[in-house]
Design a protein around this ligand. Structure first.
Ligand code: PMP
Length: 395
């Protein structure tokens, strides 16, 4: 095996989810808070578009590697509608899920030794594609005392002549943090002035709670547009995790280069999935509004239940669908139900073994002492799962 590939860590979130699903398949009564996956079915009109697409022989053939022209145009229109970012269809690349857009963004931008500022806790998938492209992830630690938000001072302190890009995610996976407008603007200005690329992941744009609002950085800071890649996809907004469609929006030369890469790597994204996505992004936002309401209610409930467990403290989720509680006071006890527990990795193991509940330890997000729990699952499982953790930790 090459050193490059041998060094890749498996996706911790998918690993936790796979383990929970395997235990379930073996007949165990496991509740999974691992994967960030809505429990809703994909809306009917999207599924119907896919069924019709299956029957059209045009979709049985290769199509352009960068995406169906009508889908690229529809994504440009949707981007204008939802975030106010004015882009043309030649600025859109359709990818095999948001994850593929992350990979190709860094592959397109980075040369060996380029540093990428990565606010932490970060989604587990960012560092690996940075490293695979020869880049160096530079984590910038944040915690609940700043609402898990990075500051311009932190970014400036970490900047070196090798800094090529920064990652910006709001609403955030794994912390659920949402940056206020003035902070997004300040960070965007700083990046534009410093000549640093911003890779901004907007996949949770429609999922914000209370008074928190989503804002797109290149809309607030238009001078950033020449050095900004916006990543997005249908997985979270339309409950379409399994369809595997995402996209990248950016300057035409970078999009063209990433499309060239894709032409050797995957060719076109499955046409049936692209047709389903066309129906999704061209349709209304009623379904996501309904799901958002359910997530807000569940997030609130999860927050209240977690905070009622001795030794657990959680920030109220502001967006996305994750709670990110601290278990540090639990770890200080050194044991759970008679089993020694010193880290959140060990804690997650004990919770899975004894309470049959899967959570993702914070180590996966460069945040030991915390864990991520998705609240994109049904109400009954949510209540039962947190109840089991409470019962185990209160023993
Ligand atoms: N970005 C973020 C921040 C995510 O949380 C996810 C899903 N976990 C993705 C991108 C990618 O989603 P997908 O590949 O399923 O489109």
């Amino acid at each position: 095996m090459s050193r490059r590939i041998a060094a890749i860590a498996p996706s911790a979130t998918l690993a936790v989810d796979a383990q929970a699903k395997a235990m379930k398949a073996a007949g165990e009564d496991v509740i999974g808070f691992g994967a960030g996956e809505p429990d809703f079915a994909t809306p009917d009109h999207i599924v119907e578009a896919a069924v019709a697409a299956c029957r059209d022989p045009l979709n049985h053939r290769y199509t352009p590697a960068g995406g169906l022209p009508e889908l690229r145009a529809a994504i440009a229109t949707k981007t204008r509608r939802d975030s106010g970012y004015e882009v043309g269809s030649d600025q859109v690349l359709v990818t095999n899920g948001g994850k593929h857009a992350v990979y190709n963004a860094f592959a397109a931008l980075l040369d060996p030794g380029d540093e990428v500022l990565l606010p932490a806790p970060y989604w587990t998938t960012y560092p690996e594609p940075i490293r695979l492209a020869g880049g160096v992830p530079v984590p910038l630690l944040t915690d609940e005392t700043t609402g898990f938000r990075v500051t311009v001072d932190q970014l400036e302190a970490a900047r070196t002549p090798d800094t090529k890009a920064m990652v910006f995610v709001s609403p955030s996976n794994p912390t659920g943090a949402v940056y206020p407008r003035d902070e997004i603007e300040a960070i965007g200005r700083w990046a534009a002035e410093a000549g640093i690329w911003v890779v901004t992941d907007e996949i949770y744009e429609h999922l914000t709670y209370d008074h928190h609002e989503f804002h797109s950085m290149p809309v607030l800071v238009p001078e950033l547009a020449d050095r900004c890649l916006v990543l997005n996809g249908v997985a979270k907004t339309y409950a379409m995790t399994g369809w595997r469609v995402g996209w990248m929006v950016g300057p035409t030369d970078v999009v063209k280069a990433a499309a060239n890469l894709q032409s050797h790597q995957t060719s076109n994204v499955a046409n049936v999935s692209q047709r389903a996505t066309l129906a999704a992004v061209s349709g209304g936002l009623e379904d996501v509004a309904r799901m958002r309401e359910a997530f807000e209610r569940r997030g609130q409930r999860m927050h209240d239940m977690l905070n009622a467990i001795p030794g657990v403290t959680a920030m109220r989720p502001e967006g996305a669908f994750y709670a990110f509680p601290s278990f540090r006071a639990v770890l200080e006890r050194g044991e759970v139900a008679g089993t020694p527990v010193r880290t959140t990795v060990e804690l997650a193991e004990v919770i899975l073994e004894q309470a049959k509940v899967a959570i993702v330890p914070g180590e996966a997000f460069a945040a030991p002492g915390y864990a991520r729990l998705s609240f994109a699952l049904g109400d009954d499982d949510l209540g039962e799962g947190i109840g089991r953790i409470d019962e185990l930790l209160s023993r």
